[in-house]
Design a protein around this ligand. Structure first.
Ligand code: PAF
Length: 290
């Protein structure tokens, strides 16, 4: 595996692989089994795989969140090498955003302004900007993203389509720990207690989904079920819980199968997101301890 530490090195590597199809897995590092599943998927989609590791400052709306974002580059390099990655691209911040940088890419409308977009102003603009820059640099045929960040994946799909970017987007399923919590680089910031509280997230979604299967279709009631599960735990703050249509993120009052129930919470200051497609398969969640 080659470690490419600047844009020149990436361009030289890409030119040497001009005849091969490339799949890219964009990440912010702190790689875990969820990322490894994206890498495995990427390996099945193209001749060679590039993982990008770049903590993108312009997608953070909170300086403290950026500062405390976990960084484990040495471990990430080992993990990528063991996972059969061909190149890891780790660009310096000053090359991605040199002095005077002032160009941004933004998908406007409800896809970007609801859910995480409503509570993290500018976040998706930062994501689409860096993803387009990374695609311009890596020139992949395929890009693999996780379904865990479903809103992000849908926004990127929209950008690719609207801007005629010739990259095929693959959305790979969310990987959950055995207790039901979706894998996230932020999970390492939860203490033991915080982690137990975090399980209320998949548990609440699963309860709401079961209620939906039993005939409850009122969005507010489904959202209430999630709130009830979350708010019994001190230190849990709900950022949003909402039911929206999957294709346009419009709010719904009466939920239908395939609608998205999405939740974001702060647990002891750590922001976590999770979602379920109503009427979809149950989540394997651990019951709450007595
Ligand atoms: O999902 C992430 O890790 C980031 O948002 C991404 C896509 C790598 C852009 O910085």
């Amino acid at each position: 595996m080659q470690t490419l530490r600047n844009i020149d090195e990436l361009r030289t590597w890409r030119a040497a692989h001009a005849q091969r199809t490339v799949a890219v897995v964009p990440t912010m590092g702190a790689l875990h089994a969820g990322h490894l599943s994206l890498i495995e998927r990427a390996r099945s989609e193209a001749d060679v795989v590039v993982v990008t590791v770049f903590v993108n400052p312009i997608q953070f709306d909170d300086a403290e969140d950026l500062e405390s974002y976990p960084q484990t580059l040495d471990d990430d390099i080992i993990a990528c090498s063991q996972a059969g990655v061909d190149a890891i691209f780790v660009p310096p911040r000053a090359e991605m955003y040199p002095n005077g940088y002032c160009t941004f890419t933004e998908v406007v409308g409800p896809l970007s302004s609801t859910l995480c977009g409503a509570s993290r102003p500018g976040h998706f603009r930062g994501v689409t900007t860096v993803v387009l820059k990374l695609f311009n640099l890596v020139q992949p045929q395929v890009a693999v993203f996780g379904e865990k960040d479903l809103q992000q994946a849908l926004i990127i799909q929209r950008m690719l389509s609207d801007l005629h970017v010739p990259v095929r987007l693959v959305v790979a399923p969310t990987i959950r720990d055995i207790d039901g919590l979706p894998l996230s680089s932020r999970n390492v910031r939860l203490g033991e207690e915080g982690r137990l509280k975090a399980l209320a997230l998949p548990r609440g979604l699963d309860k709401a989904n079961r209620a939906f299967a039993d005939g409850e279709t009122t969005s507010i009631k489904l959202v209430e079920i999630v709130y009830e599960e979350l708010l019994v735990h001190p230190g849990v703050e709900v950022d949003y819980a909402d039911v929206v249509q999957l294709h346009n993120f419009a709010d719904v009052t009466e939920a239908k199968a395939g609608d998205l129930l999405a939740v974001a919470v702060f647990i002891d200051g750590v922001r976590l997101i999770d979602h379920i497609l109503l009427g979809g398969p149950a989540l394997a969640v651990v019951p709450e301890a007595d």
